[in-house]
Design a protein around this ligand. Structure first.
Ligand code: IMP
Length: 195
């Protein structure tokens, strides 16, 4: 059985990762208490995910898995992108970020509101080897928030193929069937199974 320490402390993500990887015999260990968050100083999702995975390898001596996600909006030249978590400023809430996004897109036509989520997941080993995988979900930014499920930008992101519903209007199972994170996790599972 392979064993990895997880960089994320988000229980929602931990559950989702275990659900996909446990059947493959992959044991995911929670980040030890006292291991601090890493500042995301790189300018790409892969750079930041790798930064987090490598920092965890250094502090635990064990193989580690870290992820990073961004929302890329076509009409905003890819913003908020790598800065999605801090779009409305340091310490911004999900609500602050969603409001800022809708203000920036005010007056932008429905056919110019294309966007995608990308999740990158990186694995780093104590011997210095590493690899990353990614998952992408295409859709559009809705004119106004809808739905109560999920988190982050879910209330304003309507994935293609879901009848115009936002991610926040899908059940967790429906979201997990199509989401950027689930796709990245499946790519990770495939990669781990081949090694
Ligand atoms: P993180 O890299 O997962 O911490 O996410 C970066 C930013 O993207 C944060 O603002 C999250 O709220 C947002 N985000 C990440 N995943 C999702 C998602 O599945 N739906 C909506 N927003 C997300």
């Amino acid at each position: 059985m392979s064993r990895f320490v997880l960089a994320t402390a988000n229980p929602h993500k931990v559950t989702e990762m275990r659900a996909v990887l446990a059947p493959l015999g992959v044991d995911l260990v929670d980040r030890p208490r006292g291991v601090p968050d890493v500042d995301e100083t790189e300018d790409s999702l892969e750079g930041n995910a790798l930064l987090k995975a490598r920092a965890l390898v250094r502090s635990t001596g064990q193989a580690a898995i870290a992820d990073d996600t961004g929302l890329f909006v076509d009409a905003l030249d890819g913003r908020p992108g790598v800065l999605s978590a801090r779009y409305a400023g340091a310490g911004a809430t999900d609500h602050d970020n969603v409001v800022k996004l809708l203000v920036e897109l005010d007056g932008v036509d429905v056919d110019r509101r294309g966007a995608h989520f990308t999740t990158v997941i990186c694995v780093a080993h104590p011997n210095g080897t590493w690899f990353c995988v990614e998952g992408v979900l295409e859709g559009t930014i809705a004119a106004r928030p809808a739905g109560e499920q999920g988190f982050g930008y879910d209330p304003v992101f309507a994935p293609f193929g879901q009848g115009g519903r936002t991610l926040a209007e899908l059940t967790p199972d429906q979201k997990n069937a199509v989401s950027h994170r689930a796709l990245a996790l499946r790519a990770l599972a495939l990669e781990l199974a081949q090694r």
